[in-house]
Design a protein around this ligand. Structure first.
Ligand code: OAD
Length: 265
């Protein structure tokens, strides 16, 4: 599918010194990871993620919440970053000051090679204990689910931000600071309904930045956007990198390893 990138968008991006990107679950959709508000499958179809991703749900039924995250972790471990993630690596390499702020917990941006980034909602691959927040890399084998913290014996949980929990202060401050100073703000694959991330596009607009949205559907940001590129991030972002005339090193590397894997399978 040919993606049309407007000339004035290209010109604006090329002139930008500072670019901030906010990504959501839509960026991982082409990796086969369901977006947050998409219907869940199998055993979990009966549950609304917003009912499970809360401290109250964990206190009420720690085993259910632990097993839901174990299911999502396994789903993510079977998946890989897609071309949207790699295109964002090429953008980061070619942009003087670039910050990627993600709401995703799958770790795919880091895996693809993004480095100037903030994980606002934590990372599903990391585990901590419920009472003290001790980061835990491993725990003694036990039949108890969830397992317990080796240091304080409280129940273990994924190191992700749940509804009603605060975002790590340092990450939030850095996200707001960068957003206030950027010339271009891109919102990619997010419904932009969850605070505080949902405030960032508005903050950028007020600070005089131009707003680019990449999403197949209209969202709360569409009204703010100077450009809304209606399409999949995995198609639009590589087209954007090429239209900007930037090197496509990460994209090409991903394509080559996909081809090699295709030969192996
Ligand atoms: P959502 O599921 O709310 O929104 C996903 C967005 O991605 C939607 O707007 C889709 O239209 C769009 N989308 C779907 N496929 C796409 C594709 N191939 N390319 C581009 N966009 C696509 O997920 P988020 O906005 O990430 O927080 O949700 C934000 C937060 O809400 C999550 O981080 C989670 C949840 O509360 C916590 O768990 C704390």
């Amino acid at each position: 599918m040919a993606v049309d990138i407007p000339d004035d968008l290209i010109e604006t991006y090329r002139k930008a010194e500072r670019v901030v990107v906010l990504t959501g679950a839509g960026v991982s959709a082409e990796s086969g990871v369901p977006t947050f508000r998409e219907a869940q499958s199998g055993l979990w179809a009966q549950y609304d993620p917003r009912e499970l991703a809360t401290p109250q749900a964990f206190v009420r039924n720690p085993r259910l919440v632990w097993e839901w995250y174990a299911w999502r972790r396994e789903l993510i471990q079977r998946a890989r970053p897609n071309l949207a993630h790699y295109a964002l690596v090429d953008l980061e390499q070619a942009t003087p000051h670039f910050l990627l702020i993600t709401q995703n917990i799958d770790g795919f941006h880091w895996l693809a090679g993004s480095r100037d980034m903030l994980e606002l909602h934590g990372n599903i691959a990391r585990t901590k204990c419920f009472d003290e927040g001790h980061r835990v890399d491993g725990w003694p084998q036990s039949d108890e689910i969830p397992p317990r913290c080796p240091r304080c014996r409280s129940l273990l949980r994924p190191d992700v931000v749940w509804f009603g929990e605060g975002i790590p202060e340092h990450a939030l401050r850095a996200a707001f600071e960068a957003t206030r100073q950027c010339q271009v703000f891109m919102a990619i694959g997010t419904s932009a309904v969850v605070q505080p991330a949902a405030q960032l596009p508005l903050l950028a607009k007020r600070a005089g930045a131009r707003i680019i949205e990449i999403n197949p559907e209209q969202t709360a940001i569409s009204l703010l956007a100077d450009w809304s590129l209606r399409g999949s991030a995995a198609q639009v972002l590589p087209a954007l990198v090429r239209a900007l005339g930037f090197p496509t090193t990460a994209i090409d590397g991903a394509r080559q390893s996909e081809t090699a894997q295709g030969r192996d399978t």
